[in-house]
Write a protein of this length. Structure first.
Length: 569
């Protein structure tokens, strides 16, 4: 029986009758009285002016900005990303209401209590475990992290069994939750002389443990076995701690181990989680889609890490999840880099990475000898099969990348492209009167209007390809440069109220947006240029990993230098 069926209906109704929406929401955000209602800035979308209203009379909330609304349960569900029953349990804990559960589920709750008691015992053990504390210190884990993640220590098998007996805990039930195992009718502890890491569900319920050996055991790390509470293929270690940060940043870092997560959090990467000794699975997908975060796969750069990255990239991208792969160099992992103080380098690695789809396509291509036409054909078929599992829009976006990588025509991937003729990268257009194309050129015209009123902004165009930016309005730009402001074309634009003058920040952002369009066009059209495959690959990668990410961050690049460094002839 699932969690959703645990709470008795009568207990649920009693809880609902006691809920006060103002009290519940006040636990999450600051509410201010406004007439008969309360107002706040909406926690579900960024806003400067409060449009989030709570009605104590109607016991509902509504945001006039994003449209979200409902009762207190709906608020907790949305804010905490919980299901209905988990939200009820959260509210019950806030108002200290004792929920009643069905008889079968009371047993399950007793089992949870066993795990909590064992976890407390592990944590107490660590206080006097000199060897364990020495190991944690050697890995750079501080006291705050030990407390935050509940790290403990498991003693001998007899010590655990004595503890269970003293506390009248059934050994059969301890085995049922994975704390004990048995052989020939004799019970023994699963974790012996190990650092322990409690494992929780996304809603914060303890369901199992991981353990790191301190005695040189061949199995350095082991987890609790599969139980009716614990399924390692559904859980991400540290998610219950990282959850709020994940939703706020709309980004999740997935690494390979407990220590990676703990040390990443310690270094400020509080949106970090890890798989539990297994690859990402389809069962992880619903959890990864909550809040729609961008996924960063942080894996070792060895063969095993590349294979894991490929499988994860394939799974995530074919399930409509966006993200990138970051492979760690020189045998390092996230935990090592934090311990060595390489935080700036970590930031750089996480800000770069390779797009999931590009990584998948590249990994497939690298498994074939592309100089051999028969091998190349196999690579093409495998990549095409993969692309067909993506949505049409996403697929069409990456066909140019795949065709460039294989040095083949994009028409082979998509027959619809057959009508496209080879054409120059930047198509020269004749200058047209303003009124004929204003609607499609608002950005350019707004820049020009700003230059009329604020000529000091010209300095921002020093390194920009103004021929592209102003294209059909090149004549107006030249007139403004010469300060011929009484020219009819300049006067017409100056007096047109449809276009406002921008401040410096807005001016830069508009330039960046126009340049993003430019470089995306270059990406699409580079495949038709008569240049070598390595050059095409270099240009595509440079645009994807350096130029567009910088422009999206509002950084105006030396556009002229970039163009001069790329031979498109």
């Amino acid at each position: 029986m699932g969690v959703a069926n645990m709470i008795e209906k009568s207990s649920e109704e009693e809880l609902k009758a006691r809920i006060d929406i103002v009290d519940i929401i006040s636990n999450y955000i600051e509410l201010k009285l406004s007439g008969a209602n309360y107002k706040a800035r909406c926690p579900f979308h960024g806003e400067k002016t409060p449009s989030f209203v709570v009605s104590p009379a109607k016991q509902i909330f509504h945001c006039f900005g994003c449209g979200k609304g409902g009762d207190a349960i709906e608020f907790v569900k949305e804010y905490e990303k919980l299901n209905y029953s988990e939200a009820l349990e959260k509210i019950a804990s806030i108002i200290n209401f004792p929920l009643r559960y069905s008889r079968e589920d009371e047993t399950k709750r007793d089992i949870y209590k066993i795990l909590i008691q064992v976890q407390n015992w592990y944590r107490d053990n660590l206080k006097s475990a000199i060897k364990a504390k020495k190991y944690l210190k050697s890995r750079g884990i501080d006291g705050d992290s030990i407390e935050k993640f509940g790290i403990g220590y498991s003693k001998s098998s007899n010590d655990l069994i004595d503890f269970l007996n003293r506390n009248f805990i059934s050994l059969d039930e301890a085995k049922e939750v994975g704390v004990l195992s048995s052989r020939d009718g004799k019970f023994y502890a699963r974790l012996i002389d190990r650092i322990t890491f409690p494992i929780y569900t996304q809603s914060g319920k303890i369901v199992g443990f991981g353990g790191r050996s301190l005695s040189g055991h061949s199995a350095k790390y082991i987890n609790s076995p599969q139980t009716k509470l614990f399924n390692k293929s559904k859980i991400l270690y540290g998610y219950h701690i990282a959850r709020e940060s994940i939703y706020r940043k709309r980004e999740i870092i997935i690494s390979e181990g407990y220590l990676d997560v703990i040390l990443l959090h310690q270094a400020g990467f509080t949106n970090s989680v890890a798989t539990l000794g297994t690859a990402l699975t389809k069962e992880h997908i619903p959890l990864l889609k909550k809040g729609e975060p961008k996924v960063i796969l942080a894996y070792d750069g060895d063969e095993a890490g590349i294979n894991a990255g490929f499988k994860a990239s394939f799974l995530l991208s074919t399930n409509g999840i966006d993200g990138k792969v970051v492979l760690f160099p020189d045998g390092l992992d996230p935990a090592d880099m934090v311990h060595k103080g390489k935080i700036d380098e970590l930031n750089r690695l996480f800000s770069r990475g390779v797009n999931l789809i590009e990584f998948t396509i590249e990994t497939i291509a690298k498994s074939f000898d592309l100089k051999n036409p028969y091998q190349k054909e196999k690579a093409f078929k495998e990549i095409k099969s993969y692309l067909l599992q993506l949505s049409e829009i996403i697929r069409d976006e990456f066909i140019p990348f795949a065709s460039t990588l294989l040095n083949i025509s994009p028409r082979l991937f998509n027959p619809k492209l057959a009508y496209i003729q080879k054409r120059p990268l930047v198509e020269k257009k004749s200058i047209e009167p303003i009124q004929n194309s204003r609607c499609s050129d608002i950005g350019t015209l707004t820049l020009l209007k700003t230059l009329i009123e604020k000529p000091e902004m010209l300095k921002l165009l020093k390194d920009i390809d103004t021929e592209y930016i102003f294209n059909r309005y090149r004549d107006i730009y030249e007139l403004i440069l010469d300060r011929k402001l009484d020219n009819p074309k300049v006067l017409e634009l100056s007096l047109d109220e449809c276009y406002k003058s921008l401040n410096e920040s807005e001016f830069k952002r508009t330039i960046c947006n126009l340049l993003i369009i430019k470089y995306k066009n270059i990406q699409r059209e580079i495949i038709y240029q008569n240049i070598s495959y390595p050059t095409k690959q270099y240009i595509m990668r440079k645009i994807n990993t350096e130029i567009i990410p910088n422009l999206k961050r509002g950084k105006i690049l030396d556009d002229k230098a970039l163009l001069s460094g790329i031979n498109l002839s």
